[in-house]
Design a protein around this ligand. Structure first.
Ligand code: ADP
Ligand code: MG
Length: 376
């Protein structure tokens, strides 16, 4: 005889039963549940009987006795505790490591102070792509020895990804805490990265943004925020969409959601001075000696990026050179030792026209390279 495993687990069954009045499950309820699991009602009846449901012939309903209801709930709670206990046992440290290449600028000192205060005071950071929003939050947590849990938001992100849900572990369904619950319980900083990509499903965070914690309705448990819990969100827009179509995929965030953030930090690209320091640090970390032409390369790159950004702001070009892209160029330079090649390679992601105009501009600033070299 071969053993056919159940099509559904006890947790799945009890989870579904919550939708019904478990003091009286009628025969039409039974039919619905059986259909849901794609099993016969007779098999469902047998399973329910085994789980302690009693049939009331007069009312033609199934019900759990009070003690049995308690046992069933206990069972569910132990399932919930399992992965949780496991996580705390490991006691992994979620404080980000410090990065030597980090240079503080702009509102970083304010951000750091808020994080250090351990107060619940959600922060919304908005600014162009690749200007150090995520890196800044990470380093602020590192410097203040605060734990950070980062969630990358996409249009697909939903309650299951954020809060948690049932997962299959060794053939058993067990409750699994989502990153938000983990952050609440640890009193950590929760980073909702690129939050303007979210759909309205993110509204499940509303009560958490009010500092109130959350009720996990699937397992009937309330999770309070622990001391030190706070939220930082980053976005390319201010959550009002993007008029110029630059940030495809960004969505208009719910007004009530945005209202829950007491402060918004507008982060610009670093100034030429700061950006030169950043690139110098990156170069040093790549063992590029900071002398002569290497040093000049950094100066040219930073001036070049600044002109591109100004032109972008005036509507002269559609693309921008981010701090992130400049660090990519430095990395290419450490590999190939060739300035023009490094600039070109890192511009390949842009369309031909933009790429050509950016290269032209670079060759005007740096007289050690020329256009013919760039078209080789
Ligand atoms: N303040 C900074 N100090 C050093 N490097 C920086 C700084 N800001 C940005 N960078 C560089 O730019 C990259 C992109 O930063 P990131 O935080 O990912 O951008 P954003 O989140 O704004 O899109 C970083 O990985 C780092 O290499
Ligand atoms: Mg980022």
């Amino acid at each position: 005889m071969t053993l056919i495993p159940h099509k559904y687990t006890d947790v799945e069954l009890f989870d579904l039963l919550k939708k019904y009045d478990d003091s009286a499950i009628t025969s039409s309820d039974l039919q619905e549940i059986a259909d849901h699991f794609d099993v016969k009602t007779s098999s469902l009846r047998r399973r329910m009987k085994r789980k302690g449901f009693e049939y009331n012939a007069k009312k033609k309903t199934y019900a759990l006795t009070k003690t049995q209801l308690k046992t069933a709930k206990k069972q569910l709670e132990t399932q919930y505790e399992k992965p949780h206990v496991h996580a705390t046992k490991q006691k992994e440290n979620l404080v980000p490591t410090s990065d030597d290449t980090f240079i503080k600028f702009g509102a970083f000192p304010d951000l750091k102070k808020i994080i250090q205060s351990r107060l619940f005071y959600p922060i919304f950071i908005t600014g162009m792509s690749g200007n150090g929003k995520t890196f800044g939050v990470e380093q602020a947590c590192s410097q203040t020895k605060r734990e950070l849990i980062r969630v990358n938001i996409t249009v697909e992100t939903d309650e299951d990804d954020l809060i948690g849900g049932f997962r299959l572990v060794n053939g058993e369904t067990v409750w699994h805490n989502g990153p938000v619950i983990e952050a609440l319980e640890r009193g950590a900083i929760l980073l909702l990265d690129e939050v303007d990509l979210a759909s309205n499903k993110i509204l499940c965070l509303q009560s958490i943004l009010e500092g109130k914690g959350v009720f996990l309705k699937k397992i009937g448990k309330f999770v309070k925020p622990n001391e030190g819990f706070n939220i930082v969100a980053t976005a390319n827009t201010k959550g009002k969409g993007s008029d110029d179509g630059r940030f495809i995929g960004t969505n208009v965030l719910n007004e009530a959601f945005l209202e829950r953030f007491p402060i918004t930090i507008e982060q610009d690209y670093p100034t030429v001075g700061v950006e030169s320091k950043i690139l110098t640090k990156v170069a040093e970390s790549l063992n590029i000696p900071m002398v002569g032409e290497h040093k000049n390369f950094i100066t040219h790159l930073c001036n070049w990026a600044e002109i591109v950004r100004k032109t972008f702001n005036d509507g002269g070009v559609d693309e921008i050179i981010s701090t992130r892209r400049l660090t990519h160029i430095m990395r290419a330079y450490s590999i190939f030792g060739d300035k023009m090649k490094s600039v070109q390679m890192c511009l390949n992601r842009f369309d031909d026209e933009t790429k050509e105009s950016f290269i032209q501009l670079y060759t005007k600033l740096d007289d050690t390279v020329n256009v013919s070299e760039s078209t080789q």
